[in-house]
Write a protein of this length. Structure first.
Length: 294
């Protein structure tokens, strides 16, 4: 069964938005020694290196599909074990039936959904790990830079050919393709889920709620999909970056408003300021003028 494109892309957009709400905020002390601002370049580097790597050597697309085949299931298990919200170690076992269904029903909707779930969960683990080692403010800049780089590659038509090679690359034995998400007649890249997971991991690390940002990402993504009426390929990283920018601007405006209210002086003078003499104890009575007896 093949779903219409608009149904497929709406489903994939919803999954990308849901990815924002999945990351947890575990504390991993062993990773503190690796903290560096350079990690914030990984979102941008992930798309630039992959695209130009495939363009330089087309065989690297096959290598990437095998890398995803080997790396995605254990990363998904880690997410289910605790890196995703409400994760428990026993949930990691769910990776086995997900992978089995993705393999057995590779060209069916059930198999495609299971493969997409594995890719999303793997991205959650990667996003949480990145939020542990990179300064969060720098990582926000990295998210925006990834969306800008993605947009530039699409507009300059440097993304299309390498992206097609990566999408059609498949491992042997009919094993699932975990380097991208294919559902119905829509396709979304691994990086599009990765940026959503990084976004959610940053918000989770800041102790913020994820439901609102996830819904905002969904609304922006659905509106952004209207551009499919005029083009065949869109940078799906853009809705995530726009949601991040909108949230940060709202947060900055709210913070500025609180600061302004706190620093604004009252328009009416206080008693202490209006008095020409010093303060007077509240319990003291004013002295009466002496009177003479008649």
């Amino acid at each position: 069964m093949t779903l219409p494109f608009w149904v497929s892309i709406v489903c994939l957009t919803a999954v990308q938005a849901a990815t924002v709400a999945l990351p947890a905020a575990p504390h991993i002390p062993v990773l503190e020694r690796f903290r560096s601002g350079w990690w914030a370049l990984i979102p941008l580097g992930s798309i630039v290196v992959v695209i130009f790597g495939i363009e330089a050597a087309s065989q690297s697309a096959n290598a990437l599909t095998y890398l995803a085949l080997v790396a995605v299931p254990p990363l998904a298990a880690i997410a289910l074990a605790g890196f995703a919200r409400r994760g428990k170690p026993v949930y990691a076992l769910a990776v086995l039936p997900l992978f089995a269904l993705a393999w057995a029903n590779r060209h069916g909707l059930v198999g495609e959904a299971c493969a997409t779930a594995l890719s999303v969960l793997a991205c959650v683990t990667l996003g949480v790990l990145l939020a542990q080692v990179a300064p969060l403010s720098w990582l926000k800049v990295g998210i925006v830079l990834m969306a800008i780089g993605d947009t530039v590659l699409v507009i300059s038509q440097q993304l299309q050919a390498p992206n097609n090679l990566l999408n059609v690359a498949a491992p042997g034995l009919g094993l699932p393709q975990l380097q991208r998400a294919h559902f119905g007649s829509g396709v979304v890249g691994f990086g599009d889920f990765f940026i959503a997971a990084v976004f959610g991991a940053v918000l989770a690390a800041e102790g913020r709620r994820l439901g609102g940002p996830a819904r905002l990402t969904l609304l922006i993504g659905l509106a952004f999909n209207l551009l499919f009426f005029v083009t065949d390929l869109l940078p799906a990283t853009v809705p995530v970056a726009l949601a991040l920018i909108a949230i940060e601007l709202t947060r900055a405006r709210s913070r500025a408003g609180r600061t302004a209210r706190r620093g604004r002086a009252p328009w009416w003078p206080s008693r202490a300021r209006a008095s020409s003499t010093g303060p007077r104890p509240s319990s003291a009575r004013p002295a009466r003028a002496p009177t003479r007896a008649p």
